[in-house]
Write a protein that binds this ligand. Sequence first.
Ligand SMILES: NC(=O)c1ccc[n+]([C@@H]2O[C@H](COP(=O)([O-])OP(=O)(O)OC[C@H]3O[C@@H](n4cnc5c(N)ncnc54)[C@H](OP(=O)(O)O)[C@@H]3O)[C@@H](O)[C@H]2O)c1
Length: 263
Amino acid sequence: MTVNNRVVWITGASSGIGEALAYEFHKKGARVVISARNKEKLDQISQSLGENCYVLPLDMMERNSFGEALESVLQKWGRIDILINNAGISQRSLVADTDITVVEKIMMTNYVGPAGLTGLVIPHMIERNEGYCLFVSSVAGKFATPLRSSYAASKMALQGFTDSLRAEVHHQGIRVSLIVPGFVKTAISLNALEGKGNQHGLMDPNQERGISAEQAAKIIVKGIEKEKREIYLGMVAKTRFALFLSRYIPSLLAVVMRKAKVT
Ligand SMILES: NC(=O)c1ccc[n+]([C@@H]2O[C@H](COP(=O)([O-])OP(=O)(O)OC[C@H]3O[C@@H](n4cnc5c(N)ncnc54)[C@H](OP(=O)(O)O)[C@@H]3O)[C@@H](O)[C@H]2O)c1
C-alpha cells in the first residue's frame, strides 16, 4: 500500500517506535493521528510536525473511550486507511512475584485494547473495501523467555488475533500484518512493569545496543509499502537462533531457556 495521502492512526505515538513512525509517515505525505496517554508529549510532536497531524489522547486500558476516539478521527479526516496498534508495556518479573493487577494491565494494554479498537475500526474499512491493520508484537510473541510471562502471553495473543483477522478480511481488500521487533533502542525497558506494578526504570543492555527507533520506523513503512505479512526488525544472532529453534526444535529451545540469562 502506498502511504502518501493516507490517514494513519498510530497508538503509543508519544515515544519510541510509535513516535518515529509518526515522523516517518508524515515525511512520506501521510496524515497522522497520534494517540497515547501523555498529551504533552503528543502536543510537542504535533508542533514539530505542523500540518496533517491530529493529537488524540487515548488510554488503551479505557475501552469505553474507543468509540468516541474513532468518531473524532472520522469527523476530522473521514476515514482510517492504516491503523497501527503499537502501544505496549513490557514486564520484568517472575510469575511467583507478579500481582494479578500487573497481569491485567499488560494484557489490557497489549492485547485487549488493540483487539477492541481494531474491532471498532474494521467495519469502516470493510465498508470501503480498503484498509490496513497492523499490530506491533515482539520476538516474545514467537518464543517466551523468563521474566516476561504476561508480556509474551499478550504478544502471542496478538499473533492469533492477527492471523485470524487476516483470514477474515483479506477478500474484502483489507491487509493485516504483524510487526516483530527484536531490539530497538527505546524506553520500553524503563517503562516495563515489575511484579508489584512499579516501573523497572533500567535500560536493558539489549535495547541499548538495538537499532534506533528511526531505523525501525523506516523498515516498518517499507514493509507496509510491500504489504509484508510479517515485518521483522532489530534481530540479532541469538534471537534468530531462538526463532529457528522455536520453529524446528522447540524441545531444545526449552532447555536453552532454562539457562538463559535474561535481564
Ligand atoms: N523496543 C523494543 O526493543 C521492542 C521490542 C519488541 C517489541 N516492542 C514493542 O514495540 C511497541 C512500542 O514500544 P517502544 O519500544 O516504542 O516503547 P516505549 O518507548 O516505551 O513506547 C511505548 C508507547 O506505548 C504507550 N502506552 C503505554 N501504555 C499505554 C496505554 N495504557 N495506553 C496508551 N498508550 C500506552 C506509551 O505512551 P504513554 O505512556 O504516553 O501512554 C508509549 O508511547 C510496544 O508494543 C512494544 O511491546 C518493542
